[in-house]
Design a protein around this ligand. Structure first.
Ligand SMILES: Cc1cc2nc3c(=O)[nH]c(=O)nc-3n(C[C@H](O)[C@H](O)[C@H](O)COP(=O)(O)OP(=O)(O)OC[C@H]3O[C@@H](n4cnc5c(N)ncnc54)[C@H](O)[C@@H]3O)c2cc1C
Length: 316
């Protein structure tokens, strides 16, 4: 595991201004893990039913970290605390960029389920359904486009890795985070309440009520009741299960909550340069330099940091 600080820090935070890499079974590392999975299926296996997730609350209880595994040590050198925020943001940045690739896929799964259930419910041609599906598709496309574009506008770090554009990455990730509950709302809306009231799988295969239960799953005459059941069970898993709750919160907070993306964007966007456009258009300024997106790249930010490290500014 690679451990980095989670926010900006000052010399007083030096004990926590550390970054290092360790194996997860290292002495003193306590992993408090909570797994989540879909309800087990006995009669109707389906590929998504194998998904699972484990999140871990990690405690470092007096852990020894060898020097060659330490990247940042604010305790050894309090001046290094200045890099804590930089590392936190760089980690968040790559994480947010990866979200612009993985999150559209989740939206597409939701959109796919919403489109299918709309068909099975016999409402797919109605205008409100088309409108709602178009918003799901539009969100997936826009988030993906932001990620692709941020990769296109990336800059090479001295290490050789490409650093994606921060404004585009954060704008895409924020849109994904802001829309997540809206996406589930559309899915629940078009599905109807059955996703939350569906009997357990066993009921549909019991000698007693199985046949009756399956009979009343019939909705659209063109769709076999068993497929209707599969569709609603799948959506129940995606929208009403323990994993569904986790995916929703992960969609909102993973890599940073939307406000964090706003803060990062506004730190990197030069508003003075932006205002120059209006100043020129409104005749307040007579000239406008060739306009370029007024962003501060990570490289420029690092240069600023290095300068600050040399001067007194840092102690302030
Ligand atoms: C399922 C899941 C998986 C995760 N996996 C990982 C992982 O693998 N690795 C990892 O490192 N992290 C992981 N995280 C943690 C995730 O990065 C954090 O949850 C996220 O960054 C939000 O931080 P937080 O939970 O501390 O909430 P907070 O930052 O405390 O947010 C709570 C509220 O406070 C607001 N807020 C916070 N700070 C400010 C401020 N300065 N100004 C104004 N408002 C503020 C936020 O906007 C939000 O509204 C995971 C989270 C989830 C839910």
């Amino acid at each position: 595991m690679i451990v980095v600080p989670c926010r900006y820090m000052g010399p007083k935070d030096k004990d926590y201004a550390v970054a290092f890499a360790l194996p997860t079974d290292w002495d003193g590392v306590k992993l408090l893990t909570r797994p989540a999975s879909f309800r087990k299926s006995e009669h109707m296996e389906f590929p998504a039913g194998n998904f699972g997730d484990a999140e871990t609350f990690i405690i470092f209880d007096d852990v020894f970290v060898p020097n060659d595994r330490i990247f940042l040590n604010g305790n050894g050198d309090p001046r290094q605390t200045a890099y804590a925020g930089f590392l936190a943001l760089m980690f968040a940045h790559y994480h947010r960029h990866s979200y612009t690739g993985c999150k559209p896929a989740i939206t597409e799964v939701i959109a796919s389920a919403a489109a299918l259930v709309a068909e099975y419910n016999g409402i797919e041609k109605t205008s409100h359904v088309q409108d709602k599906l178009s918003h799901l598709i539009g969100t997936a496309e826009l988030v993906f486009a932001a990620g692709e574009s941020s990769a296109k506008h990336s800059e090479k770090a001295p290490s050789g890795t490409q650093v994606p554009d921060e404004i585009l990455t954060n704008a895409g990730r924020r849109l994904a985070g802001e829309m997540i509950y809206e996406e589930y709302k559309v899915l629940a809306d078009l599905s109807g309440g059955l996703i939350a009231t569906l009997p357990y799988e066993g009921s549909f295969f019991s000698e007693d009520v199985g046949e009756l239960a399956m009979k009343y799953m019939k909705r659209n005459p063109r769709v076999k009741p068993e497929n209707v059941l599969r569709c609603f069970r799948g959506i129940e898993a995606f929208a009403v299960s323990e994993i569904a709750g986790l995916l929703q919160v992960a969609g909102l907070h993973g890599g940073g909550s939307p406000s964090m993306e706003t803060i990062t964007m506004m730190m990197r966007y030069d508003l003075e340069k932006l205002k120059n456009i209006s100043k020129y258009l409104f005749g307040i300024k007579s000239k406008l330099k060739r306009y370029e997106r007024p962003t501060v790249t990570p490289r420029k930010q690092l240069e600023k940091f290095r300068k600050a490290m040399k001067g007194k500014k840092l102690e302030k």
